[in-house]
Ligand binder design. Structure first.
Ligand SMILES: Nc1ncnc2c1ncn2[C@@H]1O[C@H](COP(=O)(O)OP(=O)(O)O)[C@@H](O)[C@H]1O
Ligand SMILES: [Mg+2]
Length: 257
């Protein structure tokens, strides 16, 4: 399916199943290819397993069965240490970009660099952190402030800068705009696109409950329902779909636009 966009897959998921209790399956046979170098938006109603799917891609949850290949590597069989190293290629931004309250903006971004890049000097680490904050659009005069002294939008920018700290090939966003007002939502959506375009070949995966956002920023959209992929395709495929649930979702999303 990803081949439809002319790119190889950054993430390949085959018949992924996940049950937490051995009875009900939250994921019940997910087949999905996430195209490399593109923005894929995963949509679906609340509670359909979008976050659970992301956690499998991140290797934070183990599948009950099925396969997950990320950037060409099967992650199911990786041990904790290998997975930790592998995850340096990921950047993550969650709904509540949980920053360290007692650290300045710049120190928040230095944190993952210090964890993973022992080869750098303190000054080099701060240099990278400052560069990432600039790329994320935070004004320099805020670099040394604590999160409590920043607005919600600025905190998002710091969270994004921290996610970008290690130059990830794969950026993952879980509902980055949920709970934000329309102005901030648009800012974060734009930031996702500009971040995506920063580095050639970056793959971005954005979970959203908002189809409007999917149409605005997604090259590829996957809709989950009942533990399966109901439809994966281009925005045009979604507009053309005759699947009733997709049509309902689309009607809602387009109406908002
Ligand atoms: N660690 C867990 N243990 C048990 N059930 C879970 C766990 N994480 C998620 N679930 C269940 O999986 C389902 C899907 O959750 P989630 O992926 O968070 O949905 P969403 O699509 O809103 O992100 C929900 O019913 C949730 O309660
Ligand atoms: Mg979720």
């Amino acid at each position: 399916m990803a081949a439809a966009l002319g790119s190889e897959a950054a993430v390949e998921i085959k018949d992924l199943k996940k049950s937490f209790d051995g009875k009900d399956y939250v994921l019940n046979g997910i087949d999905l290819e996430i195209p490399k170098g593109r923005i894929t938006v995963i949509i679906g109603f609340s509670g359909t397993g979008k976050s659970v799917l992301l956690k499998h891609i991140l290797g934070l949850l183990k599948p009950t069965s099925g396969e997950i290949r990320v950037l060409g590597r099967e992650i199911g069989g990786m041990g904790v240490e290998e997975l930790t190293r592998f995850r340096q290629q990921y950047g993550m931004l969650f709904q509540y970009a949980a920053l360290f309250d007692d650290m300045s903006a710049v120190d928040n971004v230095v944190f993952p660099i210090r964890e993973h890049r022992r080869d750098l000097t303190k000054e080099q680490m701060r240099g990278i952190a400052r560069e990432k904050l600039k790329q994320s659009g935070l004004d320099e005069k805020h670099f040394d402030k604590l999160p409590a002294e920043l607005s919600g939008g600025m905190r998002k920018r710091v969270g994004l800068a921290r996610a970008l700290a290690l130059d990830p090939d794969l950026m993952i966003y879980d509902e980055p705009t949920t709970g934000l007002d329309p102005v901030l939502t648009e800012m974060v959506d734009n930031l996702i696109v500009s971040t995506h375009n920063l580095k050639q070949g970056t793959t971005s995966v954005v979970v959203s409950h908002d189809l409007y956002a999917a149409f605005r920023i997604g090259h590829y959209i996957a809709m989950l329902n009942n533990g399966k992929v109901l439809l994966a395709g281009t925005p045009q495929d979604f507009l053309d779909s005759e699947i009733e649930l997709v049509r309902k979702f689309v009607a809602k999303g387009v109406h908002k636009a």
